[in-house]
Design a protein around this ligand. Structure first.
Ligand code: ATP
Length: 385
């Protein structure tokens, strides 16, 4: 096994805009790295360069400490696990797993040893004589991984392996992949456009937009401290709320009134004019239920007109419309496009406790955890806080 290093990788198709633009990522030995972003962000191109199916225009790629830019795919010792698992329906599980070893003309005793070891790790021993058609989705996934394991590859590469499955199976497969990767401890690079897969599978996640690396961090860091507006909008479901905001002193003016900010946050955004505030739906509460939720100085309450209420038992969603000035509106429209149609409406979505009794059409007292508020520069999208 080995880590994979990408140093200032650029990919140009023809003489157009670079599909991958100066991307540097250090993937540690045994790490589960996710490449995520909307369609066209360059994630598949990056994976294809790692596996060797696409030339690198400039930059260096290393597996361990070996530079592999000019190495043929078969000499890189990486195993690609394909969508739909690419199993042969007429071969048994045993022969499907053995396939790459047969291709390499390995002797039968060694093939047998490796297949049995892999099938034991993957808990497939009892199914070795079956055909893929008689297996569950999870078992097929394990056979596909078994084929990668027997090659004793340095890393696994996955390109959207779950995108054709229904939601339930996708959830199961995700858990299966996570479990196996931890058990095997093999370096893994996984491409997806699905932020839930990114958050649940990755040790770290590289978020890409238009070929440019936006942020490389743990899922928790991306969620709690998004580096810019794009990452903030991409990570999290339901998405972060974005509102026009202006900081003066230690207060931030939002469409529903003024809220006290933690002093360090306020200091970083003071005097910067009109900004975009970002805050997640769960960082609000029905004021009557908010007692003890945070220090008084770090929290605030405002009154807002509730248009729609959705009660889900354990939580209550309330929708509160607001007006945004044209500059903010324009920035949010652009962000909406970049996020691939993820709807960003000019309404605040708040998630309250299921015990809340707020009603549609009322003016509700809402508490906000101001310590969780982000402030973004509307021109650059940078998170100032
Ligand atoms: P998707 O999720 O839709 O596959 P992606 O994020 O994986 O998208 P890539 O497929 O890597 O993105 O494509 C990145 C950019 O490079 C896109 O603008 C795409 O049109 C362009 N591109 C990809 N492959 C080629 C090619 N063979 N020739 C020319 N341009 C290409």
């Amino acid at each position: 096994m080995a880590g994979i290093t990408l140093n200032n990788i650029v990919k140009r198709y023809g003489d157009g805009f670079p599909a991958v633009n100066d991307v540097s990522i250090d993937i540690a030995d045994g790490e589960f790295m996710i490449l995520v972003g909307p369609s066209g962000c360059g994630k598949s191109t990056l994976l294809r360069m790692i596996v060797g199916l696409e030339d690198i225009t400039t930059g260096d790629m290393l597996i361990g400490d070996r530079r592999v830019n000019d190495l043929a795919p078969r000499d890189r010792n990486l195993a690609m696990v394909f969508q739909n698992y690419a199993l042969y329906p007429h071969l048994t599980v045993y022969e499907n797993i053995a396939f790459p070893l047969r291709l390499a003309k390995m002797d039968n005793a060694e093939v047998d040893r490796r297949v049995r070891e892999a099938s034991s790790t993957l808990e497939l021993d009892e199914h070795l004589d079956r055909k893929p058609g008689n297996l569950s989705g999870g078992q097929r996934q394990r056979v596909a991984m078994g084929r990668a394991i027997v090659r004793e590859a340095d890393a696994f590469l996955f390109d959207e392996p779950l995108s054709n499955l229904d939601a339930k199976l996708r959830g199961q497969m995700r858990t299966e992949i996570a479990r196996l990767q931890k058990k095997l401890g093999i370096t893994t690079v996984y491409v997806t456009h699905d932020q839930t897969e990114a958050m649940t599978l990755g040790d770290r996640v590289a978020v890409l937009k238009k070929g440019i690396l936006q942020q490389l961090a743990t899922p928790r860091e991306l969620y709690e401290n998004p580096g810019n507006l794009f990452v903030a909008g991409f990570i999290g479901s339901p998405p972060m709320n974005f509102l026009p905001a202006e900081v003066s002193g230690t207060k931030v003016k939002l469409p529903f009134g003024e809220v006290e900010l933690p002093a360090d946050k306020a200091a970083r955004a003071e005097g910067k004019g009109l900004l975009i505030a970002g805050i997640r739906p769960e960082h609000f509460e029905d004021a009557s239920l908010a007692e003890g939720k945070g220090e008084a100085t770090r929290a605030s309450t405002f009154t807002a007109p509730v248009e729609v209420v959705e009660w889900l038992g354990n939580e209550t969603y309330a929708y509160i419309p607001f007006e945004a000035p044209p500059e903010v509106e324009q920035q949010l429209r652009q962000l909406e496009q970049e996020l691939d149609g993820e709807a960003l409406r000019t309404q605040l979505v708040v998630s309250l406790d299921g015990a809340s009794r707020i009603t549609e059409g009322s003016n509700a007292e809402i508490w906000m955890d101001a310590s969780k508020l982000h402030l973004f520069d509307p021109a650059t999208g940078e998170n100032l806080t």
